[in-house]
Design a protein around this ligand. Structure first.
Ligand code: DCT
Ligand code: MG
Length: 530
């Protein structure tokens, strides 16, 4: 499987275009050229993905250059090519060189640039120079400037480790599967947690053409229950959104946090051609499209979707007529189109108003706060998440059933999905509402009633985003704490993923206090839209 993938990927990793057809045309056009004839190079394989290494070698030879397979210090190399994150000391360790360098050492991105532009580019800015032996451990300034996220030191492994020589598919897989790196971006100087950063970028997303396609990939992987891959793509999307400039090379993509060689291949393919073959493949797969559609039915996950597909069901109408649906799925199928449609935030505000009024009528002084995407300032909302509490610490208890009965009676709530889910002292209703008047759609609504002493943590949780929350929880773990919608606890003892000691609750009356205990700057909701 991996060799098949490598060969496929090889078509897109290098060269002027990632579309195979255009690639061939371009190659034919310039095949007479031998613009690399001055090259006699050795490529240090460390850190370079196998497929890419093969492409680099083949292309150099195709355009008149020579590539030596073995390193021999007596050879008259024009250049030694190294992966961008490798520094001279590491290269010398790998090649077992202990004398001063007599070669020109250049980053592999220079070679990519030459191949892309079909000419021998000046390598000055890509050249590595031997450092004066003042302090062997001091990081190279150049690395810090060029790549603020430089991962080389984190990734630097023992030079005798064979993984120095090749990045296997499995390594890549693990790289994509490394969940923890979703949650914080590491720079050489500091550890910056997602939850400590504002989601408001001073610049617009410069790579929207890429992130749009990757988002489609996430949806597909979610519908097939491949949540690790979905998460890997989500991480890459977050990183790309924050990247201040348009991706202009494979190496640039690869140098960013959470982006391994295989994701860099995909990103670079989109950057070059505007397309992603893998996504096209998915889009042309009838099965995947149907699974995606079925998992969009409220109450159906990837397993149910698969089951329906195996039963020969292909459309929403098929589900309505032939499938054995539970109550939630029946609602989900009936209101399929309405649920897929995100409502404008103004409509969410109207819905909040109806619930607020009804709650106030039942219990004066009650707080009803819409959380979720609405509170984070998004212009559209998938549903309305309303958090209810009372500052006196007890009156909230009277509200849940009365409020729902009232809203049902008025016809505002049209269907129940989960009538009452109790977790600890919190009660959650999940259902469907519809504002009065013509041409109104059915909208998903969650109402969560919480005691006032849990309000701070509940506000943080239900405001999200889910990604922001994951980052918070991970940060908690690092500090021997735990956080959920009920409480923040400290002194938690874990053995692996198991909690040996639950810890003790830290009072967090406000959202600000949660941030304070975690020692991160307070972020208003609109800055948590990660
Ligand atoms: N949440 C979470 N983890 C999840 C799902 C949700 O921490 N896996 C939290 C964060 C957001 C909040 O619950 C409400 O969830 P949703 O309504 O699903 O998300 P949303 O951000 O409001 O987005 P949407 O506009 O799609 O409703
Ligand atoms: Mg929501």
């Amino acid at each position: 499987m991996s060799s098949k993938r490598s060969r496929k990927d090889a078509n897109i990793s290098e060269g002027g275009s990632s579309s195979k057809r255009i690639q061939l045309e371009e190659d034919n056009k310039v095949s007479e050229d031998s613009f690399l004839s001055a090259l006699n190079i050795f490529i240090l394989p460390a850190g370079i993905q196998k497929a890419r290494l093969t492409v680099l070698k083949t292309q150099v030879i195709r355009y008149g250059g020579r590539v030596q397979d073995m390193f021999d210090s007596t050879q008259n190399f024009s250049h030694i090519i190294v992966e961008d994150n490798i520094d001279i000391p590491r290269m010398k360790r790998i090649l077992k060189l202990d004398s001063a360098l007599e070669f020109t050492v250049v980053k592999s991105s220079w070679l990519s640039l030459c191949l892309r532009n079909k000419k021998l580019e000046n390598c000055e800015n890509y050249q590595l120079h031997e450092e004066k032996k003042v302090n062997l451990n001091s990081p190279k300034k150049e690395d810090n400037v060029i790549n603020p996220y430089n991962k080389s030191r984190e990734n630097a492994s023992d030079p005798v480790n064979s993984s120095d020589y090749e990045s296997s598919d499995e390594n890549e897989q693990n790289n994509e599967k490394d969940m923890t790196s979703t949650l914080h971006l590491k720079s050489p100087q500091t550890e910056k947690w997602i939850c400590a950063q504002s989601s408001k970028s001073p610049k617009p997303n410069m790579n929207k053409h890429i992130t749009d396609k990757l988002e489609e990939m996430v949806k597909t992987y979610e519908s097939t229950n491949d949540r690790w891959r979905a998460l890997g793509y989500q991480k890459a999307i977050q990183t790309l959104r924050r990247h201040p400039k348009e991706i202009s090379s494979w190496e640039e993509a690869k140098s960013l946090p959470s982006i391994g060689a295989r994701l860099a291949d995909k990103i670079w393919e989109i950057a070059q051609s505007g397309e992603l073959r893998k996504l096209k493949e998915f889009e042309s797969s009838e099965e995947l499209q149907i699974l995606k559609m079925f998992t969009n039915v409220w109450g159906a996950g990837p397993h149910t979707a698969q089951l329906w597909y195996q039963q020969g069901l292909r459309t929403i109408a098929d589900l309505q007529q032939k499938a054995h649906l539970n109550h939630q799925q029946k609602v989900g199928v009936r209101l399929y189109d309405d649920f897929l449609d995100r409502m404008p935030r103004e409509e969410a505000a109207e819905i909040e108003e109806v619930v607020k009024k009804a709650a106030e009528g039942i219990q004066p002084g009650i707080i009803a706060q819409t959380c979720g995407s609405y509170r984070r300032g998004q212009s559209t909302c998938g549903d309305v998440d309303i958090l209810i509490t009372h500052p006196d610490g007890k009156s909230h208890k009277n509200v849940f059933h009365k409020l729902l009965a009232n809203l049902k009676e008025s016809g505002f709530l049209t269907d129940d999905l989960v009538s009452a889910e109790e977790t600890g002292n919190q009660k959650k209703y999940m259902g469907v509402c519809k504002l009065p008047g013509q041409n109104r759609k059915h909208r998903r609504i969650d109402v969560i009633v919480v005691p006032y002493n849990e309000y701070g943590c509940a506000l943080v949780y239900f405001t999200g985003s889910a990604h922001f929350n994951r980052s918070l929880r991970h940060l908690c773990k690092k500090q021997n704490m735990s956080l959920n919608e009920h409480a923040l606890k400290q002194g938690v003892v874990r053995k692996g993923s198991e909690k040996i000691h639950e810890g003790t609750v830290v009072p967090t009356p406000t959202e600000e206090s949660v941030f304070k205990v975690l020692k991160i700057p307070y972020r208003p909701p609109e800055e948590r839209d990660h």
